[in-house]
Design a protein around this ligand. Sequence first.
Ligand SMILES: Cc1cc2nc3c(=O)[nH]c(=O)nc-3n(C[C@H](O)[C@H](O)[C@H](O)COP(=O)(O)OP(=O)(O)OC[C@H]3O[C@@H](n4cnc5c(N)ncnc54)[C@H](O)[C@@H]3O)c2cc1C
Ligand code: SF4
Ligand code: SF4
Ligand code: SF4
Length: 313
Amino acid sequence: MSFEYLQGEVIGKGQCVACGACVGICPKKDMIEMGPDAPRLVDECIECGLCYKACPRVTPWTWSGDAPLGPMLAAYAARTTDLELRGQAQDGGVASALASLALERGAGVLAIDRDGWRAVPRRFTDRLPPGGSVFCHVPLLHLLFGTKEPTWVIGLPCHTRGARTLAELPATRRRIGLIIGLLCSKTFDHDAMWALLEEQGAEQETAERMAITRGRMVVEGKSTVDVHVKELAPVARGCFKICDDFAARDADIALGGVDSPDGWTTVIVRTEAGKEAFDALVSSGAVDVVPITDLPIATKLTTLKAKKACNDP
Ligand SMILES: Cc1cc2nc3c(=O)[nH]c(=O)nc-3n(C[C@H](O)[C@H](O)[C@H](O)COP(=O)(O)OP(=O)(O)OC[C@H]3O[C@@H](n4cnc5c(N)ncnc54)[C@H](O)[C@@H]3O)c2cc1C
Ligand code: SF4
Ligand code: SF4
Ligand code: SF4
C-alpha cells in the first residue's frame, strides 16, 4: 500500500486535518513533506503502508450521541500553584504544569512554540513550551519522525487523534508518552485573522494575550480590542467543517477553559495514564483542584460540532 491511497482517500477528498502523523511514521527521511494544510510525497514511495495506517482521517468518527464528551474518569477545575506559570497561562496553567512534569521525568514535549503570535511546532527537551493559546493551527506530529525518546504531546483534537493512532502502532508506540488535548471549536488563518484584528485597532507587536470568551475574541495589549467570533468567520480555517472532535476524545487528559471559573483550567481525565500523571501533580502540590460534576458548555459545544461534521440532522 502506498502514499497514493492516502492521497486518494484523504488528501484528495479534502479530509486531511494536517496533523502530521503520516510524516511522523514514514520510515524514510524526506519522503513526505508536511505543508501547512496537507502532506505531499516528494520521493519514491517504498509502499510500506504505514502512513495510511497512521492517518486518523481514513476512518472518520461516526457520531452516535452516546457519552458526547468521550471517556472520563474524573473532571476538575485546576490551576497551577506556580505563580510564574500562572502569569503566562491561558487559563489555570495546567498544560504548562504537565509539560514541566514530562521534562522532570526525562520525556520530550511536543507542543507549539511562538514566533510573536505565529505558532511554530517544536519538540521541547530543556525548557517549557510558552503558556497561552494561539488560535491558529500548525502540524505537529511530523516532528516525531525518527525520535527515540518518549514524547508527551500537547495539541488540538486533530493532533491528539493522530497521536493516539501513532501510540497504537508498533512502529511508533514507544515514541508517544502522555497525550494532552486542548478543546477546540475552530482555528483561524494567521495572516487573515491579524489583518482583520488590526483593522479593529489591535496590534500584533504589542498584544500580550488573546482569548475567546463568551462569543468574542479578545486581544489584550496596549489597548484591548474585542471582536464577535462571527466576524471572524471569513478568516476561519476550513478544517472545522470536517472536524468532529471538540473535546479531544482520544487524549489521556483534555484541557479547556469552559465550565471553570476564569483563571482555572477544566481538566477531563480520560485514561489511567492520564490519572497517574494528574494525580502526581496534585499530590506534589503543583496544582490546586476542585472536582467538577457537570460540564454543560463543553457538552453542548462537543455535540454541536460532532453533529455538524457527521451531518447528523
Ligand atoms: C486553537 C485553540 C482553540 C481553543 N478553543 C477552546 C474552546 O473553544 N473552548 C475551551 O474551553 N478551550 C479552548 N481551548 C483551550 C484553552 O484555550 C487552553 O489551551 C486550555 O484551557 C489550557 O489552558 P492552560 O492555562 O492549562 O494552558 P497553558 O499552561 O497556558 O499552556 C498552553 C499550551 O497550549 C499550547 N498551545 C497554544 N496554542 C496552541 C495551538 N494553536 N496548537 C497547539 N497547541 C497550542 C501551548 O504549546 C501550551 O503547551 C483552545 C485552545 C486553542 C489553542
Ligand atoms: S509511510 Fe510508507 S507508504 Fe507512506 S509514504 Fe512513507 S514509504 Fe510510502
Ligand atoms: S495523517 Fe494527518 S497529515 Fe497525514 S494525511 Fe492523515 S490527516 Fe493529513
Ligand atoms: S477544528 Fe480544531 S481540532 Fe479540528 S482540525 Fe481544525 S484545528 Fe484541529
